[in-house]
Design a protein around this ligand. Structure first.
Ligand code: HEC
Length: 250
């Protein structure tokens, strides 16, 4: 445990909790080993960035700040790219994500503890001109917890949490849309189960999801409607289905 004690003496107290034997014992063995190895790397680094050894479990909570835009499921891209298998990958290289900014595509950065710490402290400083609409996480221990979590998910020792986008191919008859009639300012949306909802046209959002997570072709799905809700989103597998399904008739 030479490495661990060296780290203890290097730290200013702010991160002492991370290096106590109790924490190392509590952490799964594999994580603890990663923590120690990364700590040696951090010790060799010139700046105070890249504190690793954060608490992956606590990191799941910090990740809530990311879930509106990022999933940890492989290939599940949202506003931002999937963050599965993030470690060791070059910035802007998430497979199948088509919305990277030029700044991100040109950035010569590989994601690891240190680069993620810089990114999450101040995205605009690390990659000026990037298009992630997020100011950063000023609190260093929150950042290291989050990074520990992202690393654990990347390595398969923590389950991906966060947004669970529905798998629309397994939607039930209550949610599968069979017909849409449009009259005046109203959509009459009939499901496979035979129910018809009347929804003001301004409250209907027509969306597409062409990925493996989206609906079967020709079987659009109603999402985000609760009982008594006056709003609905209908997700189609492709844009050309939209006009085909909606019949104007009064
Ligand atoms: C408002 C939406 C939004 C939020 C919130 C957000 N991100 Fe992002 N993120 C993006 C977008 C969009 C990109 C792509 C930016 C670009 O190409 O310039 C991105 C890119 C990234 C990348 C680079 C990925 C790659 O493939 O190179 C990482 C890492 C990242 N975000 C982590 C996070 C983390 C961790 C959080 C939470 C603390 C977070 N983001 C919060 C939208 C967001």
């Amino acid at each position: 445990m030479k490495a661990a004690s060296r780290r203890t003496s290097r730290n200013d107290g702010k991160h002492r909790k991370v290096y106590t034997a109790a924490v190392l014992q509590r952490a799964p063995k594999r994580l603890a080993m990663i923590g120690i190895a990364a700590g040696v790397v951090a010790a060799a680094m010139p700046s105070g960035a890249a504190e690793s050894g954060g608490d992956a479990k606590r990191g799941t909570k910090v990740f809530q700040a990311c879930v509106t835009c990022h999933s940890l499921e492989p290939d599940r891209h949202m506003t931002g790219p999937s963050l599965a298998q993030l470690f060791g990958r070059k910035a802007g290289s998430g497979k199948g994500f088509l919305r990277y900014s030029d700044a991100m595509l040109k950035a010569d950065i590989v994601w690891n503890e240190r680069t993620l710490d810089d990114w999450l402290t101040n995205p605009g400083r690390l990659i000026p001109g990037n298009e992630m609409d997020f100011a950063g996480i000023p609190n260093q221990s929150a950042r290291s917890d989050l990074i520990a979590y992202l690393r654990a998910v990347s390595e398969g020792s923590e389950a991906p949490r966060g947004p669970r986008m529905p798998r629309l191919k397994s939607a039930q008859a209550d949610d599968v849309v069979k017909a849409i009639r449009y009259c005046g300012d109203t959509y009459f949306v009939t499901t496979e189960a035979g129910k018809t909802m009347k929804i003001w046209e301004f409250n209907v959002r027509l969306k597409t999801d062409s990925t493996e997570f989206g609906p079967h072709p020709g079987r659009p799905v109603l999402v985000g409607v609760g009982m008594g809700s006056d709003r609905a989103a209908i997700v189609f597998s492709a844009p050309d289905e939209i006009a085909k399904l909606i019949k104007t008739s009064c």
